[in-house]
Design a protein around this ligand. Structure first.
Ligand SMILES: NC(=O)c1ccc[n+]([C@@H]2O[C@H](COP(=O)([O-])OP(=O)(O)OC[C@H]3O[C@@H](n4cnc5c(N)ncnc54)[C@H](OP(=O)(O)O)[C@@H]3O)[C@@H](O)[C@H]2O)c1
Length: 222
């Protein structure tokens, strides 16, 4: 990643923080805007951030996400709108802005952090699952649009990662039950997701595009 500029959203903590750290170790210049600098719930903030960007972005990681749990009947208009905006609309708007610049320069990597809940069901993930399924669709379509220009677009679908999000959405007892259902017998560490992100976003990845790579310790194999 030497000489590459990488924009990683949601890098204040969790998976995004680990990705930003790993990319920096691999030589990238990492842009890791705080929510005050780039608020994905706010189109004006996204537009302002893009307008102020200094130089081209070679790697975009759409990592930031929200997951406020709720069944269909409980979901408010505001929760649906915020989840879809932060998790899907803003990642699409960021990708739309940077992909043509990457294509014109003949190199780019875009990675969307999706979720296993895009393809397998779990109650109370009504808006979240829809947002991540949309991200998977966007990944595939964009990948085939920009492939010939040397831009590779993929997604990672983590299972359970040991982050604040996971701890906020599951009680200790629920986490113990979850771990017992993961063939590897534990949650993922953010650094393990970052390692996969690093490969997919590096020049070593030269032929994987349009894919949603599941990293769940075997959870969805059962
Ligand atoms: N943890 C898991 O088990 C798991 C599993 C599957 C998929 N994922 C996905 O992985 C990604 C990262 O998850 P995580 O567990 O690392 O989450 P996390 O610890 O809750 O961190 C979320 C990150 O997103 C940022 N963010 C939230 N709303 C934002 C907004 N409106 N504008 C800009 N940034 C915003 C947060 O910034 P602030 O610090 O400002 O709040 C934070 O940096 C998410 O897309 C999530 O859906 C996670």
């Amino acid at each position: 990643m030497n000489g590459r500029t990488a924009l990683v959203t949601g890098a204040s903590r969790g998976i995004g923080s680990a990705i930003a750290q790993r990319f920096a170790e691999l030589g990238a210049r990492v842009l890791a805007p705080s929510r005050a600098e780039l608020d994905l719930a706010d189109d004006d903030s996204v537009d302002g951030y893009l307008a102020d960007l200094q130089g081209p972005v070679d790697i975009l990681v759409n990592n930031a996400g929200v997951n406020s749990l709720g069944a269909a009947a409980e979901a408010s208009d505001e929760e649906i709108a915020e989840t879809l905006h932060v998790n899907l609309v803003s990642p699409m708007r960021l990708a739309r802005a940077v992909a043509p610049v990457m294509a014109a320069r003949g190199y780019g990597r875009i990675l969307n952090v999706s979720s296993i809940w895009a393809v397998v069901a779990k109650p109370r993930r009504f808006a979240y699952a829809a947002s991540k399924a949309g991200l998977n669709g966007m990944t595939r379509t964009l990948a085939v649009e920009v492939a010939s220009a040397g831009v590779l677009v993929n997604a990672i679908a983590p299972g359970f990662v040991d982050t604040e999000l996971t701890r906020a959405n599951n009680t200790r007892a629920e986490l113990a039950a979850i771990v017992s259902g993961i063939p590897l017998g534990r949650l993922a560490q953010p650094a393990e997701i970052a390692e996969l992100a690093a490969f997919l976003c590096s020049s070593r990845n030269s032929f994987v595009t349009g894919q949603v790579i599941v990293a769940d310790g075997g959870y969805t194999c059962l």
